[in-house]
Ligand binder design. Sequence first.
Ligand SMILES: Nc1ncnc2c1ncn2[C@@H]1O[C@H](COP(=O)(O)OP(=O)(O)O)[C@@H](O)[C@H]1O
Ligand SMILES: O=C(OP(=O)(O)O)[C@H](O)COP(=O)(O)O
Length: 400
Amino acid sequence: MKTIEDLDVAGRRVFVRADLNVPLSDGTITDDGRIRAVAPTIAKLVERGAKVVVASHLGRPKGAPDPQFSLAPVAARLGELLGKPVAFATDTVGESAKATVAALADGEVTLLENLRFNAGETSKDDAERTAFAGQLAELADLYVGDGFGAVHRKHASVFDLPALLPHAVGDLIATEVGVLKRLTEDVARPYVVVLGGAKVSDKVGVIENLLQKADRILIGGGMVYTFLKAQGHEVGVSLLQEDQIPTVQGYLAEAKERGVEFVLPTDVLVSTGFPDLKTKAPATFSVVGVDAIPADQLGLDIGPESCELFAAKLADAKTVFWNGPMGVFEHPDYAAGTKAVAQGLLDSDAFSVVGGGDSAAAVRILGFDETKFGHISTGGGASLEYLEGKQLPGLTALEG
Ligand SMILES: Nc1ncnc2c1ncn2[C@@H]1O[C@H](COP(=O)(O)OP(=O)(O)O)[C@@H](O)[C@H]1O
Ligand SMILES: O=C(OP(=O)(O)O)[C@H](O)COP(=O)(O)O
């Protein structure tokens, strides 16, 4: 792959596909880790006199503008980090984008509005995606792929656009891939994988491959209820991926055969509703065994006994990969499980990789020193699919 150093960027419009999908609360960025991670790439291009056109998705809008997913707050924060204003285009390929890019002087930066406000970005139809990529290509002369968190997505700006412009890999992707490669080679054992979070349908599939690599797999977060249901427990109104139950039953059986230890929580925190993440008003919840989840309640964190169990299962680890919070950590009453896993990683002498927008944010928001972990990756799904050995569209596109 070519790197930024291989491109002659001075005076040219350089499109940087970043992953600026940061957590927001009422329009305020609660963790700017992903912006800080790509800022050095942008600063390097600025220094070399490029006209920098930054683009990203934020959240999962439905292919049309939706103000709650605007990147405007991100433009302001990126400007602070770069120490220079970032002109914000209020659309992605329309009049505002064209005018903002045309007005860029050498060394100036613009951020386009959310790529996913356009149906072509995520379309499964090749022609529709290519057409949108063509509109993006009109805004630039060169392409730099540096949105590691989105490299597993076959989306227009990730996969189709680099085919239309001379391209290079950015420094963030290069660093991320360099570290993750270590986990695909000879890992120190026990190798423990911890999975949680909310993107269950996206991430359950990676377990098939992890069964061949890991010694122990700990499951928490929203992912756990599909496992508990697969074991015959009732899970009330918890997050559940019903169609994945047979698959999960297959994983549990295969783990037994292969001698891979599956660790599920023994207790969980349950409540009748989701907590208020804006006011963070104290929640009403109870601790129940996983065989006693009430029919009208949902699980929101692993329980205290499970926190101890998970910490013990991490204690002797020599390598850990962790993706997905153990509970709805954004609310203080449901943060204990995620804290216990983060602390467990620090208490072990394992080389630990924490991956995922929310997992990385959780570590920082809960007050842990990120430098104490082996690596904090900006990609959750992306790093999981990389570890699976899958071809990632956003990396394939940067080859050649
Ligand atoms: N039991 C649960 N029910 C619903 N959501 C959960 C549960 N546990 C964790 N979550 C949510 O999962 C989200 C993070 O999931 P995900 O996006 O998969 O992680 P990452 O961004 O680290 O890859 C958090 O916003 C958290 O509130
Ligand atoms: O947050 C992201 O992924 P992650 O939650 O797996 O880390 C990326 O920005 C990709 O977003 P997507 O899963 O909506 O395609």
